[in-house]
Design a protein around this ligand. Structure first.
Ligand SMILES: O=C(O)CCC(=O)C(=O)O
Ligand SMILES: [Fe+2]
Length: 303
């Protein structure tokens, strides 16, 4: 495994067909020199090295990749099987049940259910017993100002805690649910218009360990998020709240984050095991009927 300092500095194997530039000290690397439209041409060793780097750096950025849905899914599948999207394809473009649309563009005059899908920090699908391993978000349209996505490095959140706090959290589990008491209190969380019994079963939630070990890097991470976590298992919501609030704040300390300004053609591949993400509504939300303020992104998700 390459140490962080080596990967951050871009000192990868010179035989690999791409260059690496860090996006920040600890989080994110930009990958240059690959054409993802023909991902079937990439060697297995290239894919394996990208996967390793993703686990270390949390996110990988690829610019200038104007992919269609098939090319997007083909690249994603090089890393493993796809996950079902969070709510069973309800935000899928026609014919692509494995793609999740994130947009503020109205459909049939109705506001988009995903216009504020990421207005709270989260790790994708953490409400499921087996959450999504990683996600790939592709930018098609970005508003004239803003529309950014922020990422938090959960290795850093873990490392920032004292040994006493780490030991206290180690045996705990926390309930992740799409309807956490906190996310309902936070502004902007939209109700889903109609939910099938199968979707309701998926959204019910699951208690995950608060401290997890990343399955590739072997490093520990903090695994709680403001969007999904309701309470510690066996604790009341009230008892849990002060410590959870502390952990939410610690995990998204500015020193642990990277903020991405999107350009059409950008793809960000993020690892849900060691990062969280958040999309501040930092554009003209009231004026979103104007095409200049449209935001359109497509996500594929790894099981
Ligand atoms: O809108 C964004 O930038 C992120 C959306 C999101 O949370 C996701 O696609 O998983
Ligand atoms: Fe997300």
């Amino acid at each position: 495994m390459l140490p962080i300092s080596a990967t951050a500095g871009g000192l990868l194997d010179p035989d690999l067909p791409y260059q690496v530039h860090p996006l920040s000290w600890r989080t994110g690397s930009e990958i240059m020199g690959l054409d993802l439209r023909s991902s079937d041409q990439l060697a297995d060793a290239t894919i394996a090295s990208l996967w390793q780097l993703l686990g270390e750096r949390g996110i990988l950025l690829f610019r200038g990749q104007h992919l269609d849905h098939d090319q997007h899914l083909a690249f994603t599948r090089r890393f493993g099987p796809l996950a079902k999207t969070g709510l069973l394809g309800r935000h899928a473009p026609p014919g692509y049940p494995d793609i999740f649309t994130v947009t503020n563009i109205k459909k049939d005059g109705q506001r988009s259910e995903t216009e504020n899908a990421a207005q709270q920090w989260h790790s994708d699908q953490s409400f499921l017993p087996v959450p999504a391993r990683a996600s790939l978000l592709r930018c098609v349209h970005t508003p004239q100002f803003g529309g950014d996505t922020m990422f938090a490095n959960m290795y850093q959140a873990y490392e920032a805690m004292s040994d006493g706090l780490k030991a206290t959290l180690d045996p705990l589990r926390a309930l992740h649910t799409l309807f956490s008491t906190r996310s309902q209190r936070l502004s902007g969380r939209k109700a889903f218009s109609s939910v099938s019994p199968e979707e309701l079963e998926r959204m019910k939630g699951f208690a995950h360990p608060v401290i997890r070990t990343h399955s590739d890097t072997g490093k520990k991470t903090l695994y709680v998020s403001e969007q999904m976590v309701d309470h510690f298992d066996g604790w009341s919501v009230e008892d849990s709240a002060p410590l959870l609030e502390y952990l939410f704040a610690l995990s998204v300390h500015p020193a642990h984050t990277y903020r991405h300004r999107w350009q059409p053609g950008d793809i960000i591949f993020w690892d849900n095991r060691c990062t969280m993400h958040y999309a501040p509504i930092d554009y003209d939300f009231d004026g979103m009927d104007s095409p200049a303020n449209h935001r359109l992104m497509y996500r594929s998700t790894l099981a």
